[in-house]
Each structure stands twice: as C-alpha cells, then as structure tokens.
Design a protein around this ligand. Structure first.
Ligand SMILES: *Cc1c(COP(=O)(O)O)cnc(C)c1O
Length: 394
C-alpha cells in the first residue's frame, strides 16, 4: 500500500497493509524464504551491522514477509507495534523473559491455556518469579493478590473452555494502580471481536495458530503494544531466537485478509449451536457468553463485538458419557485445535486440561462431563445433526 496506511479502514489494512513484493510485480505478497541478505559491498555491510543503516540482515532479526504480517496485525489491534513469534507460547515466553526478572510477582487468571500454566508453574518459577492464580472474573481476588513486587497481570478472555469474561477496563485500572503491566491473551476473539489495548491493556498476545491461520496449517504467535515495550521484546527474540518463519508469516497474511468475515461466521454458527444445545433435553448446561444467562454476558456485550466460536456443554454422568457423545459423532474432528474452518470436538478434562491436578481442574470448573466444541464454518445444520448423533448415544 503506497499511501499512508492511517487513511484506510481496518478491513482494507488487513488486506493491503504493509505490502512487500519482490522484483517480479507479483500481486500476491512475496514470500521471502531466506535466512540472510546480501550487501552491495563491505562498507554497506558494516553500516547495516552497526545499525547506521536500517535494513534486513538476518531473518532471526527481520524478514520482509514477517514484517508485512506484523504491520497488518498491528493495524488491526490498534497497536503501535507488533512482534511476530514462532508460536503462541513463544509470544508468552518472550513477554515474560523480556519484561520480568527474579523477585518479580505475576497475578494470572487460573484458567489460562494449559501450556501457559505449565510454563509459569514449572519454568518461570525456576528463575525466581512468583505466580499467584485468581479466578478470571473475580475483581476482588485480583485486587487482593497484588503485592508490592507485582509486575504483571496476565489473563485470557473469554476463558477456555467455559467462556468466562474478564472485565478488561477494571483489570487495567487495578494494574495501573499497582504499576504492573497488564497482558491479555486475545487468541479467542482476535482483534476482530475484541481490542484489549483500547480498554487499557499494555500488551496483547496471540496464538496465530488458531483463528489467524484459520485452517490449521501453521504455528505462530504475536506480541503487540507500545514501541517502548516491543523494543524490549524484540531484544529478547533477536538474542534467543523464537521468531516466526517467513513461510508461516505468508500463510498468516492470507489468513488476516479473511479474518473479519470468518470471525463473524464462527460467531454466528456458535451462537446458533449454543442456543440449540441449551434447548436440548440431554444437555445439562451450556457455557457460551452469547447466552443471556451466562454470568459474563453483559461484559462480553460491552467489550466484544461478537461472542466467538467456542462453545462448551456438560452432559449427565461423567467421563464415560462425554466420551460416548464424542465417539458417536462422525463429522466433527476429534482434536484439541481450535479456530479452524472445520469444527472440532474435545474432552477437556482428559486432553487440554489433563495435565492439571484434579484440584486445579475442579477450581477451573472443568468437570468430567464437559465437552468443548470449537465451531467451524460448515453448514450449521450439519454441525447440529452430527452432535445430535453424538447425543443420541446417551
Ligand atoms: C493455542 C493457544 C496458545 C498457545 O499457542 P501455540 O501457537 O499453540 O503455541 C495460547 N493461548 C491460547 C488461548 C491458545 O488457545
């Protein structure tokens, strides 16, 4: 895009922002599949290496295809800067390694993504960073957990898989008062449905692996925020190396072009499925913030422009019956991935949340009768029919 990108609406930036091409005038973005770059002469090489001239030196530092992805996602999130990473977990790790040090304390919502929790409990604590877990929607618990050395508050909203909603504006205020950084994993909503930076968050994280790709092909992630903070994250990434592959960036660029219409379609399908399940005689309870009786419904209406694609529900009984429902479906993909055009189904207690202790699972509300569906883009009639097949096994 030649003109100043600020002149364009987000949908246009998602499709045309940060445009980079090779010398071939290709219309689709160029894939710069290269680890390094050549210089005209030795003097130029010295200037690039000393930062006297800005340019591509090595793809662990910068790559034009990755830069295009970063510019587009930054525009969509309304962030000053975006840094792409090798995976969603690499994004979380980079933020923690770059911005925390031994003696610091983190307050984290208890039902964050499973690997986030393992990373915090098993690895971050090894380096003298302390972590306290609180229920996502309990503002008093967040406030009470703040210590004099609290440097970061970390949450994921809506939560996986129960769709609990964090009050982003209130949590931002608590973080500000505590002089702590507020980090939000925005993977489930993407900037299409929710922009945490607008509610006062300091940093947004993404697993691009999910909705940004949208078709289950590549691993990737991103960190977004102010240039000052991102400079520190970039410093860690360049030194330590969990950067995004240019090939994956190229796939994600294509994902961003259709992200808005996909997120709206995921939300519409999920909303219809949640209401259908809610009225189903064999379903005990449905967890989806789009339902009016969900405790997070009003907050979701305030800070999200859609409720997203993840629906969870419980059936009578426990593991046996939940497994029977899952095993009796024929079309839905039994896989822990989400954010895919194909609808996926999974039993959280024995897969995504299987590594948690029984007490931690109970505290997070993950019962044995719980089933999670990440609603895809197939015809909703076929998704319902397949789940009907599953439920009729009971
Ligand atoms: C998948 C996921 C992650 C981790 O992302 P990877 O790309 O798998 O490393 C982090 N947070 C949430 C909410 C996720 O769903």
């Amino acid at each position: 895009m030649d003109k100043d990108e600020d002149q364009y609406q987000p949908d246009t930036v998602a499709i045309r922002g940060g445009y980079q091409r090779s010398h071939e005038s290709e219309h689709s973005e160029a894939l710069f599949l290269t680890s390094s770059y050549v210089f005209e002469n030795a003097e130029m090489a010295a200037k690039y290496f000393s930062n006297e001239l800005q340019g591509n030196v090595y793809s662990r530092y910068t790559n034009p295809t990755v830069s295009t992805f970063e510019k587009r996602l930054a525009a969509l999130e309304g962030a000053e800067q975006c840094v792409a990473t090798a995976s969603g977990m690499a994004a979380a790790l980079s933020v923690i390694m770059a911005l925390l040090q031994s003696g610091d304390h983190v307050v984290c919502s208890q039902d964050v993504f499973g690997s986030t929790r393992v990373m915090m409990d098993k690895y971050i604590t090894k380096f003298g960073v302390q972590v306290t877990y609180v229920p996502l929607a309990d503002l008093q618990a967040w406030q009470a957990a703040i210590q004099s050395n609290t440097k970061m508050m970390f949450c994921e909203t809506p939560s996986n898989p129960l769709s609990e909603i964090a009050d982003l504006e209130a949590l931002s205020a608590i973080a500000k008062q505590a002089d702590a950084l507020f980090v939000v994993d925005n993977c489930f909503c993407t900037p299409v449905l929710q922009k945490p930076l607008l509610w006062g968050a300091d940093i947004v994280l993404h697993s691009a692996t999910k909705y940004i790709d949208g078709q289950g092909r590549c691993l990737g992630g991103a960190v977004l925020g102010s240039s000052d903070l991102m400079e520190q994250v970039v410093g860690f990434l360049r030194a330590a190396g969990p950067t995004m592959s240019p090939f994956n960036a190229w796939v994600f660029l294509k994902g961003l072009e259709t992200l808005r219409i996909r997120m709206q379609a995921h939300s519409a399908n999920a909303n219809e499925l949640a209401n259908w399940l809610n009225a189903h005689p064999k379903v005990v309870k449905v967890f989806y913030a789009g339902l009016e009786d969900h405790p997070g419904h009003a907050l979701a209406l305030k800070q999200q422009s859609g409720f997203g694609g993840v629906v969870a529900f419980t059936v009578e009984g426990g593991r046996e019956t939940a497994w029977a429902v899952i095993d009796s479906t024929r079309m839905l993909s039994l896989t822990a991935n989400l954010g895919d055009a194909k609808t996926t189904i999974v039993h959280p207690a024995t897969t995504t949340h299987g590594r948690l202790s029984e007490e931690a699972r109970a505290a997070a509300g993950i019962s044995d009768g719980l089933i999670r569906v990440a609603v895809g883009l197939e015809d909703i009639a076929d998704i319902k029919a397949d789940l009907e097949l599953g439920l009729s096994a009971l």
